[in-house]
Ligand binder design. Structure first.
Ligand code: NAP
Length: 282
């Protein structure tokens, strides 16, 4: 597995497995067990996914040593603020059955995320995390955060795929040496992702699948990806992307698919921010 070296010298696998929407306990446990069997060593969960216990159990029951696994979780908005974030991190450690989390992220740039971030800095110093970061921080919030904290985030996990390539954010990630990690690398299939004519044409030429082309595009762009699947044959397919390369002209063709917009929600839309606050505060 290729690794990327984060700005604090911690190594992170370039490809991992995400467990969003694996709400059924047995399904989640089995998916993580299968993913580890296929060879994935980066597992991405979150407090909000309600499956940290199953993720931890699958890791514990596997034959893979804990120190070969890179485990990510995220602090949810309802746990924002120093005390709540720290208490929720302790709970995540308990649920995951581990004494450290490799990467702890702030899930959304809402609520008292500065307080949460101070908790993460302390958790890092105490060895409860090996790396810290943020998620869904568009350029304005990222620049602000990076200017006013002691430790720059190691990672920003963002919706990133062929239709949303985060081109406006990337110069600021470079400036502050924050690693981009893609969530939703297949846009969850939206916009007819798997039938896109450009991706289909390149896939046919390379004798690969659309999923493999889409992941390869991200990785060749220096972006970490964490695709989710409940099917073991798709986990294998998504993992099998290290023995081919896209040419410059193929990369440019895929670059032309960028709409520079989310296919899910706009984190800078006040109505979305209000709707999320309503869920959290109810
Ligand atoms: N930080 C955040 O706010 C945030 C938000 C969303 C997601 N995430 C993280 O990112 C991870 C990935 O994103 P995601 O789960 O939203 O979406 P995704 O990985 O873009 O797409 C998952 C969908 O693609 C299908 N799929 C997977 N491999 C396939 C293949 N080879 N061929 C055809 N279909 C395939 C899956 O179906 P099957 O399962 O039926 O195979 C599932 O419906 C999440 O699991 C989570 O860890 C983070």
């Amino acid at each position: 597995m290729q690794n990327i070296v984060l700005n604090n010298n911690v190594k992170m696998p370039v490809l991992g497995f995400g467990v969003f929407q694996l709400y059924d306990a047995h399904e989640c446990y089995q998916a993580v067990a299968n993913a580890l069997g296929v060879g994935y060593r980066l597992i991405d969960t979150a407090q909000a996914y309600n499956n940290e216990v199953e993720v931890g159990k699958a890791i514990k029951d596997s034959s893979v040593p804990r120190d070969e696994i890179f485990l990510t979780s995220k602090i949810w908005v309802s746990n924002s603020g120093y005390e709540k974030a720290m208490a929720s991190l302790e709970l995540s450690l308990q649920r995951l059955g581990t004494d450290y989390i490799d990467l702890m992220l702030i899930h959304q740039p809402f609520g008292d995320y500065y307080g949460s971030y101070r908790a993460l800095q302390d958790a890092l110093a105490q060895g409860k995390c090996r790396a810290i970061g943020v998620s869904n921080f568009y350029a304005d919030r990222l620049v602000d955060l990076c200017n006013f904290v002691d430790i720059k985030p190691q990672v920003n996990q963002m919706e990133t795929h062929v239709f949303q390539q985060q081109s406006a954010l990337r110069p600021y990630l470079d400036k502050f040496k924050v690693q981009l990690e893609s969530w939703g690398p297949f846009a969850e299939g939206k916009n007819n992702f798997f039938k896109n004519p450009v991706l289909l044409r390149i896939a046919a030429r390379k004798d690969r699948s659309v999923a493999q082309i889409a992941l390869r595009f991200l990785i060749q762009n220096g972006i970490i990806a964490i695709p989710k699947s409940s099917h073991v044959e798709r986990m294998e397919e998504n993992f099998d992307i290290f023995d081919f390369e896209l040419t410059q002209s193929e990369m440019n063709l895929i670059r032309s698919l960028d709409t520079k917009r989310s296919v899910f929600c706009d984190h800078q839309d006040p109505e979305f921010v209000q709707a999320l606050a309503d869920i959290v505060l109810k």
